[in-house]
Design a protein around this ligand. Structure first.
Ligand code: IMP
Ligand code: MG
Length: 185
């Protein structure tokens, strides 16, 4: 059960605002160097990646385009259902484009392996993955990201875009949620 305010429900801060800012700037610099002379299309996987997307795009200094896609795989639980649904598709064609898929967290890999397959079929020039967080210990699909912000342990984390039951996205840091919030009593 959730408490009276967001911050009370956080067991501890895993990644601070300062650490996020520094690392996202590093990823932006790396992407700017890798895509120099190109015009990548950044595809944000909604909703979890919205804050990462906003900060990442502002630290990339080559011309880039943005588009958005919404998928769901979780319902309100903390374990992936394995079923991925496209709720909102991209607005524009990606044919011939250098696509960078921007995700909040790579967990089982279900969501991204499905999405990549869907996007590959649309004939982009290239596809790479940028994920803020990587939880490799839970991977069930053979997928790795090209750009990783932080590798995190097998704990349920929220904040900086990531939710539990659609709450906690607006926390400015990544925190570990107290298990009592999601455990049934
Ligand atoms: P996957 O399909 O299991 O890789 O899960 C990817 C999606 O699950 C992410 O885009 C998140 O929305 C959600 N997710 C996985 N782990 C967490 C977590 O620790 N906190 C919040 N959301 C998570
Ligand atoms: Mg989510």
């Amino acid at each position: 059960m959730k408490g009276n305010n967001m911050k009370e429900d956080i067991e501890r801060v895993l990644i601070s605002e300062e650490e996020l800012k520094k690392r996202v700037a590093e990823l932006g610099a790396q992407i700017s160097a890798d895509y120099a002379g190109k015009e990548p299309l950044l595809v944000s996987v909604l909703r979890g990646s919205y804050i990462f997307m906003a900060d990442l795009t502002r630290s990339i200094d080559c011309f880039c385009r943005v588009d958005f896609m919404a998928v769901s795989s979780y319902g309100s639980g903390t374990v992936s259902s394995g079923q991925v649904n496209i709720i909102k598709d991209l607005s524009d064609s990606i044919e011939g484009k250098d696509v960078i898929v921007v995700e909040d967290i790579l967990d089982s890999g279900n969501t991204l392996s499905y999405l990549i397959k869907v996007l590959q079929a649309r004939h982009p020039a290239s596809i790479r993955l940028a994920t803020l967080l990587d939880k490799p210990s839970r991977r069930t699909k053979p997928i790795t990201a090209d750009y990783v912000g932080f590798t995190v342990p097998d704990e349920f984390v929220v904040g900086y875009g990531l939710d539990y039951d659609e709450l906690y996205r607006s926390l400015p840091y990544i925190g570990i949620l107290k298990p009592c919030v999601y455990q049934k009593d």
